[in-house]
Design a protein around this ligand. Structure first.
Ligand code: ATP
Ligand code: MG
Ligand code: FE
Length: 337
């Protein structure tokens, strides 16, 4: 089964061709980061216009790179949501047009299912699996009892991890997206500014990061008022340690409680070096198999959408041409039948 997949949920225009939800034939990504950087974050209206400008060209160049035509595809898949409505619409319209013109079935994909199934592009998954989703808009622990069955057992009650990283980075004077800068800075000091950890109720798998972000801002503001200097690296390190402690601890507790055979790390923040190494060390010590996609498959890309789309291809759950982009699409409701 060969699927052409399209992803336009945020600020990356991407087109991929994936075989059997496992093998990537091509995965082209055009990032708009340079355009949005001058505004300090993604501007939805600008994102939509950029997607319109690039989508046709990327579809053509991806098929060209793979040496394939639309007739070689078994289905056309596209991110239905969540994401920015104007951005999602461009991908959805493009996918419907291709499906109609080539007479191929259409598959609507959940963006976070894509982030999770990016792991399947590297190795087969073992079920039950537990996914730790850490991205710009999401922080969730998702239990997969079997392929394509998603159960959210915990999620952030306020900011997503990536969002907290970006806000802290901005306060430290770094450009958007700031996560990688904080990650790099965190290892540049031997000192740590101690910051709080939000464990919430003892049995909760939920997260909270806005208090931690506020604590970082409070340290900076207090120092400014007193005319004192703050070591930005020690502050970045304190922030990163608090984030990682909670993510690792709750993930390991959930793996045990639900008998997961594998832990899947995914989403843009999975690129974080501190998180990768802390989670790897804990999983190794406790004998839990850990999967982390390579960097290019952690951030937004269409190959992961092609991987998740294969779940619905197998069950024959195709979308009609009346399918609409849904910024609030539910992951659990997207589960296969
Ligand atoms: P969602 O998938 O929830 O819709 P998104 O697609 O915008 O959100 P991704 O593209 O998956 O999010 O991830 C982008 C986020 O990852 C940004 O917040 C960015 O700062 C963060 N990020 C990237 N690299 C790192 C890193 N090394 N350390 C921390 N955060 C990082
Ligand atoms: Mg992005
Ligand atoms: Fe994403």
């Amino acid at each position: 089964c060969r699927i052409l997949a399209i992803e336009t949920s945020c600020d990356e225009t991407s087109v991929a061709v994936v075989d059997d939800g496992r093998k990537v034939l091509v995965n082209q990504v055009s990032s708009q980061i340079e355009t949005h950087r001058q505004f300090g974050g993604v501007v939805p209206e600008v994102a939509s216009r950029k997607h319109v400008e690039s989508i046709t060209r990327i579809i053509e160049s991806s098929l060209g790179e793979a040496g394939l035509g639309l007739r070689d595809m078994d289905a056309i898949a596209v991110t239905q949501g969540p994401g920015l409505i104007g951005a999602l619409l461009i991908g959805v319209v493009a996918a419907k047009t291709l499906a109609l013109a080539a007479g191929k079935p259409l598959i609507a994909v959940h963006h976070i299912a894509g982030h999770i199934y990016a792991n399947q592009l590297v190795q087969p998954l073992a079920y039950p699996a537990l996914a730790l989703v850490v991205s710009g808009g999401h922080t969730e622990l998702v239990l997969l009892e079997r392929p394509g069955r998603f159960r959210i057992i915990g999620q952030t009650r306020d900011d997503a991890v990536g969002e907290a990283y970006d806000k802290v980075a901005r306060a430290l004077g770094f450009p958007y997206p700031g996560g990688p800068h904080v990650d790099r800075l965190a290892v540049e000091s031997a000192q740590t500014v101690p910051l709080p950890r939000a464990w919430l109720e003892p049995d909760s798998y939920d997260f909270s990061f806005s208090g931690l972000k506020s604590a970082v801002l409070a340290v900076l503001n207090t120092a400014k008022m007193k005319g004192e200097a703050v070591d930005p690296a020690a502050l970045a390190r304190g922030f990163q340690e608090s984030v990682i402690d909670v993510l690792v601890e709750k993930s390991m507790r959930a793996v045990k409680a639900f008998g997961a055979k594998q832990l899947l790390l995914c989403g843009g923040v999975a690129a974080n070096k501190g998180l990768r190494s802390a989670l790897s060390a804990r999983c190794e010590a406790e004998g839990v198999p850990l999967a982390i996609p390579p960097h290019a498959l952690c951030t937004d890309n269409a190959a992961m959408i092609g991987a998740a789309a294969y779940l619905k291809f197998q069950t024959g759950e195709f979308a009609g041409l009346d399918m609409v982009a849904d910024p609030g699409l539910s992951l659990e409701a997207w589960s296969v039948e």
